[in-house]
Design a protein around this ligand. Structure first.
Ligand SMILES: C[S@@+](CC[C@H](N)C(=O)[O-])C[C@H]1O[C@@H](n2cnc3c(N)ncnc32)[C@H](O)[C@@H]1O
Length: 353
């Protein structure tokens, strides 16, 4: 046995344990408002951070030192701490930064949730998004929210053929797998002449979406607690959105067929799905590939195998070739891939003709 190799490999494994602990620290910083207090203020002492947040200085100091050790915030020679502009964009600026990530850190998985994952390996049947619970649905909304709130109406929809003018004059939009309703409320608020109907089979996600719609005061956003397969086949939708959800569905083929039947003949389907290639060795160029496989085993594949006979695509399973095959089989005649420089996702515009 090569002792150095063992030490190096042990270091790699403990680095993942460090990631678990640092993940918890990021959650605490987000939840307790510590990053927000440090945002744009210049260097601060631990006493000042504690005073601004109303928290205990000794705990705050330990957290700050840990954050500096993690290289997530700066520590100056005089002992003061600072969040740089770049660090703030990722850790503090939820309203204005596409790169905001701190909201995705949930502080761990509850033990019951871990037991359910163990059981899925034994039975082959996974856990639905509803069974993954409210905290998971809320965390997902904060993870995908920046792109839905900040890029959808300014960058993505304007790149599609003729869609914005329809939305401005009044269109029917369906948001499939709407989750906690961030996209649906963004559409409703930006295009008051249009109406947006969110569909999701997860009761906990629909409950969060209902709260968001009520808070927004919008009267052009509706929510339906149902899967895509239950869409009315009435050819009424001008725009259908499928954001980060087709690979989670047990039967994305049936969902796409129902979406086609719900769409007007001149309607547009906009799909956002994970950036992958279908080839593991090529995907390995993604330095965060293991994170995506973690998402898959813990969440996406769970949902995609939550029914017997589920296709089980999982997080990385809907690469462009597979997507085009499914979309074409569902009766769509045109298929265009868009790359909006979203590190995690590709976008696809499909039309019937
Ligand atoms: C990863 S979340 C994405 C939520 C949201 N679109 C977003 O971008 O944040 C996937 C969602 O798809 C939903 N879903 C799963 N199967 C579905 C189906 N057959 N029809 C519609 N939605 C489905 C889940 O309940 C979950 O809310």
């Amino acid at each position: 046995m090569d002792n150095d190799a063992v030490k190096q490999f042990a270091f790699k494994v403990w680095s993942y344990k460090m990631g678990e602990q640092v993940s918890l620290m990021i959650h605490l910083g987000d939840r307790l408002g510590l990053y927000r207090v440090l945002n744009g203020t210049g260097p601060m002492t631990s006493e000042a951070v504690a005073a601004e947040t109303g928290l205990d200085e000794r705990f705050v100091r330990e957290w700050l030192l840990g954050q500096a050790a993690s290289k997530l915030i700066e520590r100056h020679d005089d002992g003061r701490f600072q969040l740089t502009e770049v660090q703030a964009a990722v850790l503090a600026d939820e309203d204005g930064s596409l790169a905001f990530a701190a909201g995705a850190f949930r502080g761990g998985t509850d033990p019951g949730g871990v037991d359910a994952l163990v059981e899925s390996f034994r039975t082959g049947i996974g856990v639905t998004y509803e069974q993954q619970g409210t905290a998971a649905a809320a965390g997902l909304a904060r993870m995908t929210g920046p792109w839905s709130r900040l890029a959808l109406t300014s960058v993505i929809l304007p790149a599609l053929d003729g869609v914005v003018s329809k939305l401005e004059s009044g269109a029917t939009v369906i948001d499939i797998g709407c989750g906690a309703g961030v996209t649906a409320t963004t559409i409703g608020a930006t295009y008051p002449a249009s109406r947006c109907i969110g569909y999701d089979p997860s009761a906990v996600a629909i409950e969060l979406a209902r709260e968001r719609v009520a808070e927004s005061g919008l009267d052009n956003v509706e929510l339906v607690h149902a899967a895509a397969e239950a869409l009315p086949a009435d050819g009424s939708a001008d725009l259908v959105l499928c954001f980060d959800c087709l690979h989670d569905m047990p039967r994305p083929d049936l969902a796409l067929a129902a979406i086609r039947a719900a769409m007007a003949d001149d309607g547009t389907l906009l799909i956002k799905d994970i950036r992958s290639t279908g080839d593991f060795d090529t995907d390995r160029k993604n330095p965060l590939l293991a994170l995506f496989y973690g998402f898959s085993v813990a969440s996406c594949l769970q949902s995609a195998r939550s029914e017997p006979g589920g296709m089980g695509l999982g997080t990385l399973g809907l690469y462009p070739g597979k997507m085009q095959e499914l979309v074409t089989e569902a009766g769509f005649g045109s298929f265009v891939e868009h790359d909006f420089d979203d590190a995690a996702n590709l976008y696809y515009e499909a039309r019937v003709a």
